[in-house]
Design a protein around this ligand. Structure first.
Ligand SMILES: Nc1ncnc2c1ncn2[C@@H]1O[C@H](COP(=O)(O)OP(=O)(O)O)[C@@H](O)[C@H]1O
Ligand SMILES: [Mg+2]
Length: 271
């Protein structure tokens, strides 16, 4: 893990914007900040912005008037009891669902208005991690990660170069040739995280990523998200795990019955 970590720190997580980039041209690397000027992070428009978002499933109001902004480099945990609306929020962010009312802007673009054809391109700009790892059991760790690139027609030379770098970031180089059933749950989830990183996402969204893991594996997974966040990636985590969220000491947004009841930075979880 130690060797992996050192190597992983140098991994460039961003590629040049492609024709389908939702974020437009990249910001200059070293912005010049004048005295008395607000820091860059304050002035930059938010990466994710929700404005009065409501989501109904028939008569059920899953989300009610949700508004918040999330900026590059933030690590935000959405917490709340079962049924509070966490997964609905994740589904809206990854454009699996559309809001019933309100607007969701990601990198300035209203994602509710994306055409059916644009959705796959949008999703490639996000890293998405779920509770169940969704790995291909007949492929090794490295092959699971490579496959996410293969299906996007990335050429073999680039795949050979990128996969070890991503595995290094999540501390899995030495498990590259193992199959999912030969590694722990935490390692399987880290493989899924590696796969989520193949397109250098600006945003990683995770819904209960530690839900199937023991405390030790959960910690490994959270440490991996922290490392990804250190590279500037916005991490949005939905979790009901009190210990994990307390431990992060980062921004916490508490949902209750589909509403935001507190938004604290750094926050602690309380029901
Ligand atoms: N597809 C759906 N159809 C109907 N109701 C749903 C659906 N998905 C979620 N809900 C309801 O929306 C509310 C929020 O659910 P969810 O977002 O899954 O909460 P959480 O992830 O915090 O447990 C719950 O009342 C749930 O029953
Ligand atoms: Mg949920």
């Amino acid at each position: 893990m130690e060797e992996d970590s050192k190597e992983g720190r140098n991994l460039p997580l961003r590629t040049a914007p492609s024709a389908t980039d939702i974020s437009g041209p990249a910001a200059p690397k070293t912005p010049r900040v004048q005295p008395n000027e607000e820091p860059q992070s304050k002035r930059q428009s938010p990466l994710v912005e929700l404005v009065d978002v409501k989501k109904y499933y028939g008569q059920v109001k899953a989300l009610d008037d949700i508004s918040f902004c999330a900026r590059e480099g933030e690590f935000i945990s959405f917490v709340g009891a079962s049924g509070a609306g966490k997964s609905t929020l994740v589904k809206l962010l990854i454009r699996e669902e559309r809001p019933s009312e309100g607007e969701i802007r990601v990198a300035g673009r209203n994602i509710g208005a994306l055409s059916f054809a644009d959705v796959p391109f949008y999703r490639r700009k996000l890293g998405v991690v779920f509770q169940d790892f969704k790995l291909l059991p007949q492929k090794t760790v490295a092959e699971n990660v490579a496959y996410a690139l293969e299906i996007c027609d990335v050429d073999d030379a680039e795949i050979r170069e990128r996969v070890p770098k991503i595995l290094s970031l999540v501390g899995l180089v030495r498990f590259a040739k193992r199959y999912p059933h030969e590694i722990s749950g935490g390692e399987q989830q880290r493989t899924a995280i590696a796969r989520a990183l193949v397109h250098n996402p600006q945003i990683v969204v995770a819904d209960e990523p530690t839900g199937n893991l023991d405390p030790e594996s959960s910690l490994e997974v959270i440490e991996t998200f922290k490392k990804i966040n250190e590279t500037g990636t916005l991490v949005i985590l939905a979790s009901h795990n009190k210990a994990i969220v307390d431990n992060l000491k980062r921004r916490v947004i508490l949902l209750r019955d589909g509403k935001i009841v507190s938004d604290q930075n750094p926050g602690r979880y309380a029901l």
